[in-house]
Ligand binder design. Sequence first.
Ligand code: PLP
Length: 475
Amino acid sequence: MTNQDIGGLFASAAALAAKFRGGVDQRLQRPLNDYSASLATFKEPLPKEGMEMPEVLTELEIKAEPGLHMPTGPRFFGWVMGGSHPVGVATDFLTSAWGQNAGNHMAAPSASAVEAVTASWLLELLDLPRESSVGFVTGATGANFTCLAAARSSLLRGVGWDVDALGLFGAPPITVIIGDDAHTTVFSSLQYLGLGHERVVRIATDRDGRMKPHDFELALQNVESPCLVILQAGQINTGAFDDFETLVPIAKQKGAWVHVDGAFGLWARASEVRRHLADGVELADSWATDGHKFLQTPYDSGYAIVRDEEAHRRSMSITASYLPLAAAHERDPSQYVPELSRRARGFSTWAVIKHFGKSGIAGIVDNACDSADEIATALSREPGINVLNTIDLNQVVVSFSNPVYGMRNDDCTASVIARVQENGEIFAGGARWKGQGVMRVSVCNSNTNLRQARRAAAAIIAAYRAVAKADHEIA
Ligand SMILES: *Cc1c(COP(=O)(O)O)cnc(C)c1O
């Protein structure tokens, strides 16, 4: 392989990437192929002989493109997904080209150092206790898992049990207190850690998914064992925040470890206008958040933030005679995550923060939230469209009804979602919220602006009117 071969290959990957990203705005905002069509496209026997490198790329593009979704587009409002900003993508490309293994500082000096610096930037951006440690994980799921492992270690150490060495067999029980509308991945993390996703005390929530403080206080009254309290900043459907200023002090009186799932909501802290939503969140002990949502890093980027660095490292450390031991002033990335070998995730976060700066990141959050507000305001002017949540952040939850002709609300909502997705001018998905079918509109891409938001609202209203009209004609 010559340098020319490599250069040509990398250049063609860059050209394919640029072609794709340049055309996202003009495309249908959904894949052309669903899963089974994608599987049929890729399915073939194990290749016996190899293929030339440029042909591999060409074939991949032809096969993969029809099955690509468009979270990088300005009118993608599905789930809660960030836009993989080009500066992060280019950095990720370089990261792969450099081929660093970010396990430890000897194997990857730059990758380890960039994490150390970026970690302190993140603490400043989110305004969390500066002594906290930060693990660069795959996403908020990995972050929840990592933080809860530190919590488990610390809580049981407090009652004289070394869970990291002895495991949970015979350990004193931990009481886990969690809101009814916590994200599913928090329950998964409890499952991975032997704490069980059902063996929890669930607290009732209000219409936006916030824990009810009175119920929370009552539940804590009788707790005697070590206690883990899990709160949230940014409910997955509504964007709502638990009332940290009220709840954290109650939990602290019981000596509880307070963890906050702030996958996207924690980024309200970066905005002067919206940081009040998360007031008191800094009183917690650990925080999970994502880079690949509001911050717009490419996928595979989340942060596990733990106030007690020792608990964090104790629960994650891997030691072996062939691995160098870090001195106190040296960072080994693997000591903060449940992995050894991995890509050097710190580079893309570093690049995105360098590009946007603190003010630019505040702008991303405010722009997304203003766009969500614009969509909600336009939708709520249309009779039959019901915005169900308070728009504090970037999430809009809506249901659709056709009161005149008697179509069931859930059927009406499902039909509107199907029509919106089929039209493909925007993408929004569905969920069940408080017992009814809803459309979720999540604004989480730095390309979405007020103009795109108005276009999105018009597309949803047009789909609703078409559904209502068809219902009328049947009736
Ligand atoms: C997205 C999300 C998660 C899971 O994060 P991943 O990055 O998908 O692992 C957890 N909690 C909340 C509130 C989320 O929005």
